[in-house]
Design a protein around this ligand. Structure first.
Ligand SMILES: *[C@@H]1O[C@H](CO)[C@@H](O)[C@H](O)[C@H]1NC(C)=O
Ligand SMILES: *[C@@H]1O[C@H](CO)[C@@H](O)[C@H](O)[C@H]1NC(C)=O
Ligand SMILES: [Zn+2]
Length: 577
């Protein structure tokens, strides 16, 4: 799977093919039975701890971060090869994202990213640029974009997503050519989205990537989980820094409904938002003895999803997922489809590039009577929301950089892991199980636990033949659970972590590393690269104060310093640890 549009991830596995390689290829099987492949050129990722100079950074006047990063990229990749795409300055690192280009046209799947610290030194560099391609196609298309849409929908089914443009781009293929493609965003009637790359000379669909990933308010407090824990009337939960105009105001006008600048919650079957019960109050009653779809329960479910989705917006904003960092806000709020009927027993997130809304689908679960509703299990929504965070921050707002099996595994891991972080309330880390309410027991193969008799997954899990990214994600989420435990033991636990990112407590350090590392890592990262980005994030923000502690956790689970793509466990620490 390859370049730019909405992304679809499910909470549980869906049908998928077996890719040729877990790090450079992906497969997708569509509802019409057609199977497509996509190629992601091999990438490199280097980290430089305290940083290295660029050709510009030694000058007397400090260059702008964008010029400085481009001078580094030009020196490494050639100035004619590089096309700037996006960049922003965070509180500890500035990030620049570029594409490879030929004839002024960007190569969808050949990208690079560079981060620099406040001293203007480059601290990390990722690249999937292709070297000396066999042939670069003419920049003039032989078929029009509307012909390309017809070719794509004939092969895939579905239709062009309304309001979305077809882009002309290059695409690197695994036989060494660079072909000209029309990139067609397609949606299917079940709400799932893909990007189809149609050869602009032959009209053949050469690649398809998924864009859909799994999956005063009366609400279940964010540190609790489901109706068995109870709803509470929560007053003024809006964070004044992250949401200065509150959660229900758009362009200065109060919508009096679950319709705001960060999140829009709509009941899927009616497309209606949920109105306030009295001025600025969203009250509700949840009756667990009747179906979740009775009117009062639907209302309670929608209010809960709206509340939690905004809480997560506000937390992640404080930790750096701002509009400059390509978040969902303003012209692209996350749309939460409450009690969506596109399926059952799952949940989905469809991402899209910065400027276009992401879509969460919360579904009903049929394993119990009455049925259960993902809208009222906080960890399910937190999992889905985090797909938006990981797909937007990796690669700089494109939503097309978590597509290989290993990267998708990381994506599932981050999603479980953020839900785990949200559920922890004290320095004694609880074992964490996702989906225990809707699924009646934990949905993954093991709980996340510091107890090795409960979870002992190591890097060699990859030697198993699964093609389910959720399975490999369990290793990543377990490792991040251990990282959280180690950081809390070292630095303590802050109760105000949601609103105080300046705290030195371990749970705050962990969320900074989590969000910082996403922006550092290369497009389509491997577990080894995500590990390096996590450690570099500590070098950027904390001068590497936690370096050996973090390596110790990775090495303890076989992702040691000498681990390689053979996925044999390696328990080695760096020489200086
Ligand atoms: C949300 O509010 C905006 C701005 O008032 C409006 O244009 C839009 O139609 C509303 N959406 C829904 C689903 O009510
Ligand atoms: C991991 O745990 C399982 C189940 O408890 C056990 O069968 C297996 O031997 C353990 N593996 C290691 C490497 O300790
Ligand atoms: Zn997921």
């Amino acid at each position: 799977m390859l370049a730019t549009l909405p992304v679809f991830a499910a909470l549980l596995a869906r049908a998928s093919g077996s890719p040729k390689s877990r790090t450079t290829h992906s497969n997708i099987i569509l509802d019409n039975g057609a199977e497509f492949e996509a190629y992601h050129p091999p990438n490199t990722f280097e980290v430089f701890e305290t940083g290295i100079d660029t050709p510009l950074s030694t000058r007397a006047t400090k260059p702008h971060f964008k010029d400085n990063a481009l001078s580094f990229l030009h020196s490494r990749l050639g100035s004619n090869a590089v096309q700037y795409r996006s960049g922003y300055e965070g509180d500890v690192a500035a990030h620049v994202y570029v594409h490879q280009q030929f004839n002024g046209i960007r190569v969808a799947n050949a990208v690079a990213n560079v981060a620099q610290n406040k001293a203007g030194k480059v601290t990390s560099f990722g690249s999937s640029f292709v070297q000396s391609p066999r042939n670069v196609a003419s920049p003039t298309p032989k078929i029009s974009s509307s012909q390309a849409v017809n070719k794509a929908t004939a092969a895939l089914g579905g239709a062009l997503i309304p309001g979305r443009d077809v882009q002309l781009e290059y695409l690197a293929t695994d036989d060494g050519d660079v072909v000209l493609v029309h990139v067609v965003p397609i949606e299917f009637t079940d709400g799932k989205n893909v990007l189809a790359y149609v050869n602009a000379a032959s009209g053949v669909v050469v690649s398809v990537i998924t864009q859909t990933f799994d999956a005063t308010f009366r609400a279940i407090p964010p540190t609790l989980n489901n109706p068995n824990d109870g709803f509470a009337l929560i007053e003024n939960p809006e964070d004044p820094l992250a949401s200065p105009n509150g959660w229900t105001t758009i362009n200065g006008v109060d919508t009096h409904a679950t319709n705001g600048t960060n999140i829009r919650a709509i009941v899927y079957t009616t497309k209606a938002t949920i109105p306030e019960s009295s001025d600025d109050v969203w009250d509700s009653t949840w009756d667990p003895t009747v179906q979740p779809t009775v009117a009062a329960n639907t209302r309670a479910a929608g209010i809960n999803s709206f509340h939690l989705a905004n809480v997560i917006h506000d937390i992640t904003y404080r930790y750096g997922f701002t509009e400059e960092a390509f978040n969902f806000q303003g012209n692209d709020p996350i749309i939460v489809n409450v009690q969506s009927t596109i399926g059952t027993n799952n949940a989905f997130f469809s991402t899209a590039p910065d400027g276009t809304s992401g879509q969460i689908h919360m579904l009903l679960w049929t394993l119990t009577t009455p049925r259960r509703d993902g809208d009222v299990e906080n960890d399910v929504l937190a999992h889905e929301w985090t797909h938006g965070l990981s797909t937007r921050l990796t690669g700089g707002g494109v939503s097309t950089c978590l597509n290989t099996l290993e990267s998708q595994g990381l994506g599932e891991g981050w999603s479980d892991s953020f839900a785990d972080w949200l559920a922890q309330t004290s320095e004694d880390l609880k074992d964490f199980e996702l989906g225990a309410y809707v699924f009646t027991k934990g949905i993954r193969t093991k709980p996340y636990s510091v107890d090795p008799t409960i979870n002992n997954y190591t890097y060699s899990l990859f030697q198993q033949s699964s093609t389910d990214p959720h399975f490999f994600g369990e290793l990543w989420a377990e490792v991040l659970h251990l990282q959280l435990d180690a950081l809390i033991k070292e630095h303590g636990f802050a109760d105000d972590a949601h609103t105080n990112p300046d705290s030195t407590a371990g749970n705050v350090v962990w969320l900074h590393l989590f969000i910082d590392a996403l922006a550092l890592q290369p497009c389509n990262p491997t577990f080894l690269q995500a590990r390096l980005a996590w450690i570099q994030a500590d070098a950027n923000r904390y001068n590497g104060a936690n370096k050996c502690l973090l390596w110790g956790i990775f090495a303890g689970r076989g992702i040691g310093v000498n681990a390689d793509s053979s996925h044999v466990d390696n328990f080695d620490l760096p020489a200086d640890c």
